[in-house]
Design a binder for this molecule. Sequence first.
Ligand code: NOJ
Length: 733
Amino acid sequence: MRELSAEQKNKITSLLEQMTIEEKIGQLNQISPSIVGGFDVSFEELIEMMTDGRISKEEFGRIMAGARQDYHDDVNRAGGLSSVLSSDPEVCNQLQKIAVEETRLGIPLIFGFDVIHGFRTVVPIALAEAGTFEPELMEKSARIAAKESRASGISWHFSPMVDISRDARWGRISEGPGEDPYLASVFARAKVRGQQGDDRDPSGYVASCLKHYVAYGACESGRDYNTVSMAKSMLHNAYLPPFKAAVEEGAATVMASFNDLNGVPCTMNEYTLRTVLREKYGFDGFVVSDANAIKECIIHGYAQDEADAAEKALNAGMDMDMGTWIYSHQLKKAVEEGRVPMERLDDAVRRILQVKMWLSLFDKPYVTEEEIHRYDVLPQEHLDHALEAAEKSIVLLKNEKGLLPLKKDQKISLIGALAAEKEEVLGSWAMSGRASDCVTIQQGLMNAGADFSYYPCCTPESEIDEKETDAAIAAGDILVAVVGEYASMSGEASSRADIILPGKQRELLEKLVASGKPVVALLMNGRPLALPWESEHIPAIVECWHLGIQMGNAVARVLFGEVNPGGKLTCTFPSASGQCPMYYNAPKTGRPGSRSKFTSRYLDVPSAPLYPFGFGLSYTTFEYGDLAVEQTADTLAVSVTLKNTGDVAGSEVVQLYMHDVAASLVRPAKELKGFRKVTLEPGESRKVTVALPKEQMGFYDDDMEYHLEDGAFILYMGGNSRDCLSETVTVKF
Ligand code: NOJ
């Protein structure tokens, strides 16, 4: 966040001086519209009815569309609202008019929305996009989303989601950049730059909201909202780095997570909100709770009642209440009784007003008609970017005997309902995406002029249509099956205990393979899947994730070799669900898993993952040689000679890993410390160097002390976290 001018700061001080306690508390109140009328059961019951199948999603949608939304105009008029969750520009303008023109002090509202991987130009889910290893691309996606949403009145994105996640059962792994703190920090910085960087022109930037603070991705057994217990050293070394990086980049806001951390809900956790975020990182923006979270602390059993919840949350450093109205109802009494100091209330209000001021909401509270319609037709630049991001996120997992790329004159049977369901390309959290913008894989093959026939055969939830499958097998020279998860199978509240292909899709694949015809599996999913049978029996497997609006075109271009895939995995693919949590950078045990009995292993599944972090093939091959390390006083320059040994040009992500051989705390077996993405022509060789600043070779202990310990380090370089060259060096700090 750019420093405010003296005039802006004075205005905030003067507002604070004029505000009544009610108006101050109003600035801490964020609401979603209340849904009123139209149905005879409560809203919660209605959601339950949809979840357990008593009503269909469509019926739910119809009921909701008929329901009236109450935006609490009277409360707004009295200065009791600060922020609203909304994406409708007309609604934003109406509510803003009340706030600016009818309240006593005319403080504008701030409209927030879940813009996670694109607003209208929906790009790949974060788990996929981080696998491009291209920060400029990640930044541009965020910049485009900022412009599009700002034109709709939204100036606050509830993103980037930078939860490290090492358990693929957790559905929300799809929303973040994966399991590695270094890559996640690169991603976090890029997103904040994209969202907030262009902050001179109000139409070009929004406030970031780092979430979910913190360790939400470590929820026990991958079950959403579950408890988290973790050593503070692990918290600081693995889960906090992307938050720290993004705060350094100037992120304006942070959202606390639902989980408790070592017994204290993150919503009212003084250690994380005050000691770490404000005191250690110097965060000067504001913190918002997650939806309903202040109230849920009563259910956690951490707050006695609403009065206690309000007091504990504000005192811990929770500035804004998302959706419970508890601050509105409880804080006045808490301040009057001295349970919450007025200074803390003032501090929260000041932080919120500063963000509103920096966003230029005081000068430009409304969106104009021109802005509202600015992106009615998506600019070519946005479409091109969505295509590039999608192409570069695709990961080639297996390609036996050069089955891919396909040739245009091969007769293809395209199989699987996911290939043609428009909105499925969007992935989780893409509410502002439009079906009319989505290019399915079926459409992509059509656009590419492929010779193919299409057979849905089976959805992730249905039985197999045997007749259709027989017809598909008979018709094609090559069988291209699109299998995976519906978008709703990952994201919030979408944990899965068994992360195999859902439904009958594996049986479908078995049938295709049994035909003897070559089979290509295109995976469309929001998390790593456990696919041991598939990876053994299917000759070509492409991880396509949920790639956003240009998915179909991107997949077709990769299938036919117009684009050579270069994406890498941002998370380990286990070979069995029971291996979860599984991640490459786990602390080393005294008995690393091997084939020997008394080692850290399972009797019934392998110790190794199916595909390691950083993995991804290409239509060409790369050879690594000449690993060398040059040491200066403050840096290690680690280099390899990389050669493209195949027939086509291709990109490779050269990854630098490190292991601290003996330290005062057990360290990960490997940690990513840097990377470089390079493109080489066939036969071309290049020396690739990655610099490792020595100050980044340390780690935190449980007291937040950073250690740089002299001794031996193993440096690894390679195209994934498993297959690397290595060299041991001695380092003095
Ligand atoms: C709950 C989710 O956990 C969070 O990510 C989201 O931003 C809020 N709801 C608002 O929709």
